[in-house]
Design a protein around this ligand. Structure first.
Ligand SMILES: Nc1ncnc2c1ncn2[C@@H]1O[C@H](COP(=O)(O)OP(=O)(O)OP(=O)(O)O)[C@@H](O)[C@H]1O
Length: 337
């Protein structure tokens, strides 16, 4: 069963002094999803978030958040949607527990309930032992955990996190991402995570939207993005051998779905072959590794390894935005034929 749509954005646009910050954005997000808003600085992610929360008004288009219009009903939206900005403010002289209880009370939660929820959440985000420590003495990672607890205390259905891992060390990042992922899985929470950290988004998001210059370039899960953005070669098969000849290259190039073949030089860090070996990088539109393996066997090629590689999000992003990752000599299918 397909989960209900909790955020529905249609043809949303917003400009600042003639500069188009968000341009005809359409996007649907389903309940329980972890959706990544990914894009470089200035791509329009924060502006989109602000419009979702009713904190800034769109020039045109429609937004529906849990059946509400954020521009007309910002308070109602705020009640059911939690927002963690990239640097949340706390009362620095107050303890983590006191800060959480204050947020709870501001959200109309009784004292008793506020205390119980705060204690439970502090434990959930791994701050049980720091509950009575002043927020001003928390590390950046601890502040973000406290921020997460602060967002969750009103029991929202959707949480929006703007660059939640900024300034946290790698271990802290992994822990925070795991926490967000568990919360979503266990409580069916919908999570919108804005980031320009590709591998982080890749680590926990079910789907990703790639933003650039206010436009949503593509959205989907990793295989979908691979198909959309790397239409010619979303799959790369690497073969390590001690020599290649034209006969082999021609036969490989003739296989259906093989779109290009590169003989990789030793200076390619990512695919460096062993000393004395040659690496072939075979770009395919669909997985045709069995036909490739069969060709090697038929020609009696001395093969040391054969690996299938699906592009990761960072490679998709790099290849797409940087305009290619060509290394070594490239042999197009046409040329090889
Ligand atoms: N209040 C504002 N006034 C004028 N221009 C703005 C304002 N807010 C954003 N912009 C511009 O709109 C564009 C989109 O900015 P936005 O902050 O939404 O991007 P972003 O993807 O969130 O980037 P970042 O990760 O750096 O926050 C940028 O060119 C930015 O300079």
């Amino acid at each position: 069963m397909v989960a209900e749509t909790v955020i529905d954005i249609q043809q949303l646009s917003k400009s600042y002094s003639g500069h188009q910050a968000v341009d005809s954005l359409s996007l649907q997000i389903r309940r329980g999803e972890i959706f990544g808003l990914l894009g470089p600085n200035g791509a329009g992610k924060s502006t989109t978030i602000l419009m979702l929360l009713g904190l800034t008004e769109p020039d045109s288009g429609n937004i529906d958040v849990l059946g509400m219009n954020p521009t007309r009903e910002p308070i109602k939206v705020k009640r059911r949607v939690g927002y963690l900005p990239d640097d949340i403010g706390f009362y620095e002289d107050w303890t983590g527990l006191e800060n959480l209880k204050l947020t709870a009370r501001l959200n109309g939660i009784s004292n008793k309930e506020a205390h119980e929820r705060a204690i439970r959440l502090l434990a959930e985000v791994g701050l049980k032992d720091a509950a009575d420590k002043k927020a001003g003495a928390y590390s950046r990672g601890m502040r973000q955990r406290l921020g997460l607890a602060d967002v969750l205390i009103k029991q929202p259905e959707i949480i929006i996190l703007d660059e939640p891992t900024l300034g946290i060390d790698p271990k802290g990042i992994d822990e925070l991402l795991a926490l967000i992922s568990n919360l979503s899985r266990e409580q069916g929470l919908t999570v919108l995570l804005s980031s320009h950290q590709l591998h982080q988004v890749q680590q926990i998001c079910d789907r990703v939207g790639l933003f650039v210059s206010g436009k949503l370039l593509a959205e989907g899960n990793l295989p979908t993005l691979s198909r959309l953005l790397l239409t010619d070669t979303p799959i790369v098969i690497t073969a390590e051998m001690d020599h290649v000849d034209d006969d082999l290259l021609n036969r490989l190039a003739g296989i259906e779905h093989v779109n290009n073949i590169q003989i990789v030089n030793g200076d390619n860090e990512a695919f460096r072959p062993s000393e004395g070996h040659i690496l072939l990088q075979i770009g395919c539109s669909e997985d045709c590794s069995s036909a490739i393996a069969k060709t090697f066997v038929e020609l009696g090629a001395s093969l040391f390894s054969l690996q299938r590689k699906q592009y990761g999000l960072d490679e998709i992003y790099r290849r797409y935005f940087a305009g290619g990752d060509e290394h070594g000599s490239k042999r197009s299918k046409k040329a090889a034929k």
